[in-house]
Design a protein around this ligand. Sequence first.
Ligand code: COA
Length: 214
Amino acid sequence: MSRLMVIYGAGGHGRVVLDILRSLSDVVVVGFLDSDKSLHGSIVDGLPVVGGIDQVPTLLLEYPGISAVVAIGDNQARREVAEELRKRHMPLTNAIHPRAFVSPSAVVGTNVTVAAGAIICAHAKIGDDVIINTGAIVEHDNCIGNAVHIAPGAKLAGRVTVGEYAFIGIGATVVGNLNIGRSAVVGAGAVVLHDVEPFSVVAGIPAKPIRKSS
Ligand SMILES: CC(C)(COP(=O)(O)OP(=O)(O)OC[C@H]1O[C@@H](n2cnc3c(N)ncnc32)[C@H](O)[C@@H]1OP(=O)(O)O)[C@@H](O)C(=O)NCCC(=O)NCCS
């Protein structure tokens, strides 16, 4: 039986998530929701943007059993929309590409996107509202907090802990056993050799603080 889904977020990441869902034979995507009213009524990659959060009750009535995934790259915005959807009783589910690997011993929350080529290894724990983006590697025993985004090609060695709302930039490498603090940002291509303080932005090889995050 097919699963009906709607994607919240009709931007670039939304189109990536649509590709993921279209590669799953049991999912039918009915359209997008988006907070940007200028998109309402438009067609994105062949599907309508049916409205914003106010459209949720109609969708729940029109498509019994429907669920949503939030496709917004920004951690804070993704989490806020997910919380609004939960308040409105919209079930949230995951978008996991069939060519991602998720270890059977990993524990994965809800509203999690795992893009093509991503690898989540043994005993990793992934919170809610997380993006493990294209080709990212989350090694064994990692603990990834809620609303984290691991960008494409980033690599986290074993036993790394990533605090809520943190962002690990594209192609960054984090060596094992480190803590990346809440809301920290690791710059593109950084090599992280030491713990990163909460709300700190680090970049470079080896990674050094460049400013505080907001
Ligand atoms: C780290 C980052 C967040 C900093 O952004 P920012 O605060 O706007 O920083 P700025 O661009 O003003 O740069 C500040 C300084 O840090 C340096 N810097 C910025 N990003 C850097 C990086 N990734 N590696 C090395 N140095 C970097 C800049 O060259 C600049 O140095 P300068 O003061 O000597 O000129 C951003 O550059 C970055 O790497 N973002 C990741 C993007 C990404 O992964 N996107 C994927 C989306 S799926």
